[in-house]
Design a protein around this ligand. Structure first.
Ligand code: CMP
Length: 161
């Protein structure tokens, strides 16, 4: 990957599927200039969820969080682009929908702290770990969008040169 290109992990939680918001959520990432390198619908196993949320074990909301994410399918995606992890986090907004700014995914589509529609890696290191946790290497497709030179000035040549 050239320059500051990064990959990050997002999954739409069961509330996003029940509310039929998957397309609108994915559209926000694409419109911003990120592109998909991995995408799948899955029911996560309890072991995978508990491992993913291990840092929250023991917190008052932990068991309810595990039950919520177990309660239905999720849509997992790996997005690539310049500074992808921080770009995605800013599009997603604060953890609680009630506090998230208007214009963010959580700020526009929810008011709940637990049912907050998406999980997004919180930085490049966790993104690398979480991509490997949820995707096998052969599930990821490397490719270069045709408009990349207009999206990332570190990507290489001048547009149209
Ligand atoms: P996520 O970004 O997936 O990381 C941990 C999740 O725990 C978070 O989104 C919420 O779904 C949930 N969560 C965090 N804090 C609380 C809380 N105080 N009460 C209920 N759920 C929470």
């Amino acid at each position: 990957m050239a320059g500051s290109m990064e990959r990050t992990l997002v999954f739409v939680k069961p509330d996003g599927l029940h509310r039929r918001l998957v397309g609108r959520i994915l559209q926000r990432f694409e419109e911003k200039g990120l592109h998909l390198v991995g995408l799948k619908l899955a029911r996560l196993s309890e072991d995978l969820i508990r491992e993913h949320y291990a840092e929250h074990r023991g917190k008052p909301f932990y068991e309810l969080l595990v039950r919520f994410v177990l309660s239905g399918p999720v849509v997992l995606m790996v997005l690539e682009g310049p500074e992808a992890a921080s770009v995605v986090r800013s599009l997603v907004g604060a953890t609680s929908g009630a506090k998230a700014s208007p214009g963010t995914i959580r700020g526009d589509f929810g008011v709940s702290q637990r049912f907050n529609l998406v999980h997004a890696s919180d930085g490049p290191a966790s993104a690398e770990r979480e991509v490997a946790h949820f995707f096998a290497p052969d599930e990821l497709v490397s490719w270069r969008p045709s408009d990349m030179d207009w999206l990332d000035e570190t990507a290489g040549k001048e547009p149209n040169s």
